[in-house]
Each structure stands twice: as structure tokens, then as C-alpha cells.
Design a binder for this molecule. Structure first.
Ligand code: CO
Ligand code: CO
Length: 345
């Protein structure tokens, strides 16, 4: 699969810059994995036998069985502007929210918008463009917008609650990784680094266009590819970074995951942006969260460690396959051992 669609993103030149209205952009704005664990501890566990995937395995979406071959997939995701162009922000927020359904092997069906905007920050046309971008992306996914909810908020946010369906016998779960699986990643890494550099006007326009096009791309074809190659386990790579999302699978499946860092796909010129220190606060939290369960071989290039922990927005699917996919390069393998992410050269 090619990574680059035609970059449609142009540097947005309107007087108001969406990324300057917020302290923390995109998925990097979410609670750190450590903080989240503390909060989630308070929710009592469900005893319903039809709850197939719940909170405990940190999966991409919840799955609830309706009948033997039909289950609901439900997820919600919203965040602060990751780019300045409101239409592109809407597309990216929608692709990101829809992605968690694809990450379970499901198909999105209905959508509810969640909009936090302030009329004091920008004219209504700007917020209308966010909704239009999201609506176009929802249509592309074949899903239907049923409604939504808005509140007045000085720090803009947008996203969606998405309901999809999946055959529970064919879903992709965090608990199903097996020793010997290959892992394929369907989008390049580095959106946190690129968008941080862009916020400080230190990102080449082509690199930002490349990242914006990637973030706006649906993971529908990636999910189809997974079904074609017998995938039982997958996750999308978002705010916890490659390391954090793989770690959720390593814990869910009780396996070690070895990452071939030289095989990681990255956006053009990413190394230079890392060397100019465009890192998100989220990446630091992501690294701290794994602690000694992130094992880094001595010959791994340091900039690639930053790529591994970078908080992604609307990243690709990591597909765990029992056999190799012709024409694609695996980025990891699953080995026997305690839940660990080991970075190799
Ligand atoms: Co996810
Ligand atoms: Co999510």
C-alpha cells in the first residue's frame, strides 16, 4: 500500500490559527496512560456475558454481542485542533474516531458529533468547515451522522462517538497476538513531531502536507487487508504512540514484541525535526509509562526511539498476521516472554 495520497493540505493562512487556541494538540492532549489507569480503576467491572471487549484489555473500542454473528463496536474520540485548516481538522478528527472501529475489524455505521467551539474565537464559517470536513469523511466511510452535541468552549475540540458492527468470530482483539506473528503498520509515524514543528512554524510545507493527508486517510482498506490475511489482533496507533499501543497488546496477549526500528516508516525529514527538539509532552509520558518494560538495544539510533514514543493522531493500523504479507515489510515480530517492547536495530 502506498503511504502518500496527493497532499491536499495547504498551509492555512486565515487570521485565526486553530492550533494556537490550545495548549496541547490532537491525541497528544489525552491523559497519559499512567493517569488513565488511576482513573479507570474506579469503574466497577461489568458482569454481562455479552460484553466481549470491555475496559480491562485497553482495546480500541468496546464490543457487545447482539447475536452469534453480530456485535456492536462502540467508541468515542475527540480532541483539540491538530492543524490550522478547519476543514482538514474535521476530516482528521473523523478519520481518527472512525479508526477505532476499523481497529476491531468492524465497519462504522452511525456517528454522533461532539463539538466544543466558541463564537468568540472564530466566525461560524470556521466551525461549519470543521463539521463539513467531518461529514465528508463520514460519507466516505459509508456511515451516517445521526446528530450530535455542542457546548461553548474557549479551547476548541471536535470528535465523534461512532457505532459499528463486527462479526465477533472475526474481530481483531488485543488479546489475540500469538508468538511468531508479524506486525505491519499501514501509515508512517511522526504526526506528533510534525504538528509540533508546524505549530512553531518550523516544518517544511511538504512534510506537513504529507502528515495531514496521512491523518485524514481512513483505515478502512487497512482493515480489509487484515481480514484478507487472517488477522485476529490489531490496534490503531494514536496518542500512546507505537510503544504504548503495542504494549497494550503485549499485556493483553502476554507476549514480547520486538520492533525493528530501521524498518519503521516515517514522514520525510522527520529526523531533522527531532534533532531540533520538536517533541510533544505526550511522548515523554508515553516513555515513562513503559518504564523498564521498554528495552532499547544499544545500537538503536536515538531519533528512532523518539519516533516509537511519539504521540500519534489518526495513525495507521498495526496488523498482527500469522504469515508474511507479500510486498510489505514487517516492523515487528511477536516472541515468547513477559509483556515487553524491545527495540532492535
Ligand atoms: Co485505538
Ligand atoms: Co481512541
Amino acid at each position: 500500500m502506498g503511504f502518500l495520497n496527493a497532499p491536499e493540505y495547504r498551509r492555512y493562512t486565515a487570521p485565526m490559527r486553530l492550533t494556537h487556541m490550545v495548549a496541547c494538540a490532537g491525541c497528544a492532549a489525552k491523559l497519559g496512560p499512567g493517569q488513565l489507569t488511576e482513573v479507570l480503576r474506579q469503574i466497577p467491572a461489568s458482569q454481562n456475558p455479552n460484553l466481549l471487549v470491555g475496559l480491562d484489555t485497553r482495546d480500541d473500542a468496546g464490543v457487545f454481542r447482539i447475536s452469534d454473528d453480530l456485535a456492536l463496536v462502540q467508541t468515542v474520540d475527540f480532541f483539540t485542533p491538530i492543524v490550522d485548516d478547519p476543514y482538514a481538522f474535521g476530516q482528521i478528527a473523523a478519520a481518527n474516531a472512525l479508526s477505532d472501529v476499523y481497529a476491531m475489524g468492524g465497519v462504522p455505521v452511525t456517528v454522533l458529533n461532539i463539538a466544543c467551539f466558541s463564537p468568540d474565537l472564530a466566525p461560524a464559517t470556521v466551525w461549519a468547515d470543521v463539521l463539513r470536513g467531518a461529514a465528508d469523511k463520514t460519507l466516505e466511510a459509508g456511515a451516517t451522522i445521526l446528530g450530535g452535541h455542542s457546548i461553548n468552549d474557549k479551547e476548541p475540540k471536535f470528535g465523534m462517538a461512532v457505532t459499528g458492527t463486527v462479526d465477533p468470530n472475526r474481530m481483531f482483539a488485543n488479546t489475540e497476538a500469538r508468538v511468531g506473528d508479524f506486525i505491519y503498520l499501514t501509515k508512517p509515524l511522526g504526526t506528533g513531531i510534525v504538528t509540533t514543528a508546524a505549530k512553531f512554524d518550523d516544518c517544511p510545507a511538504e512534510t506537513l502536507a504529507e502528515a495531514a493527508a496521512s491523518m485524514a486517510r481512513l483505515n478502512d482498506k487497512a482493515a480489509l487487508l487484515g481480514h484478507e490475511y487472517g488477522v485476529r489482533c490489531a490496534t490503531d496507533i494514536t496518542g500512546f504512540g507505537l510503544s504504548g499501543h503495542l504494549y497494550n497488546v503485549a499485556r493483553g496477549s502476554q507476549v514480547t514484541i520486538e520492533v525493528f526500528t530501521s524498518a519503521l516508516p516515517t514522514f520525510t525529514g522527520l529526523r531533522g525535526l527531532i534533532e531540533r527538539d520538536h517533541l510533544t509532552g505526550g511522548s515523554k509520558r508515553n516513555r515513562e509509562f513503559l518504564g523498564s518494560d521498554l528495552v532499547i538495544d544499544v545500537d538503536v539510533e536515538p531519533w528512532l526511539v523518539e519516533v516509537v514514543v511519539d504521540a500519534q493522531t489518526s495513525g495507521g493500523l498495526a496488523l498482527f498476521t500469522p504469515s508474511e504479507i507479500p510486498g510489505m515489510t514487517p516492523i515487528c515480530v511477536v516472541t515468547a516472554g513477559p509483556p515487553t517492547i524491545r527495540l532492535r536495530r
